[in-house]
Design a protein around this ligand. Structure first.
Ligand SMILES: [Cu+2]
Length: 160
């Protein structure tokens, strides 16, 4: 009994992850942003996959000092067909990545998007995005405000 409930939960999580990844492919590119008040992003980098055409991961350090609580809901990466907010979690005794729940930001919060943790997964990366270049990443929060920043593109063997 108990194990079948767990299996069902694991299945629905897997389905959720798949559906969400597919859905974001139809998202519209971000419009010219004005920035989310109080939100700063530093150390942004996009690490390409060892195999061309595989998803790339975007990492950065996020700090929030705004007065109003926000939730980070969406990401867009220029030059990628779709981008999703991902994190790693343990399901069914396996560590795997999945769609992240909206990330709540309160005044004073600092959140690192880093290898093995939270990241933006970019799929369908254009071949024009090459190590040494940059691309624009846009984060959208609840209410629709957006912040756009440049991410340095790194090859798969470079420091993450
Ligand atoms: Cu991912």
């Amino acid at each position: 009994m108990k194990s079948s409930i767990l299996a069902a939960a694991a299945l629905s999580v897997a389905a959720l992850g798949l559906a969400s990844c597919g859905d974001s492919a139809t998202e519209q590119p971000a419009e010219a942003p004005e920035g989310v008040p109080g939100l700063t992003v530093t150390n942004a980098r996009m690490v390409l996959a060892p195999v061309e055409g595989n998803p790339a991961a975007v990492y950065f350090d996020l700090a929030y000092d705004g007065g109003r609580n926000l939730a980070l809901t969406r990401a867009h990466v220029e030059g990628a067909q779709s981008a999703s907010l991902h994190e790693y979690g343990e399901w069914n005794r396996q560590v795997q990545m999945q769609e992240m729940l909206p990330l709540v930001l309160k005044k004073g919060d600092k959140v690192a998007f880093e290898p093995g943790g939270k990241h933006v997964m970019a799929t369908g990366v254009a071949p024009e995005l090459q190590p040494g270049g940059t691309t624009e990443v846009t984060l959208t929060v609840s209410g629709g405000d957006k912040t756009t920043f440049e991410a340095e593109i790194r090859g798969p063997g470079e420091e993450r």
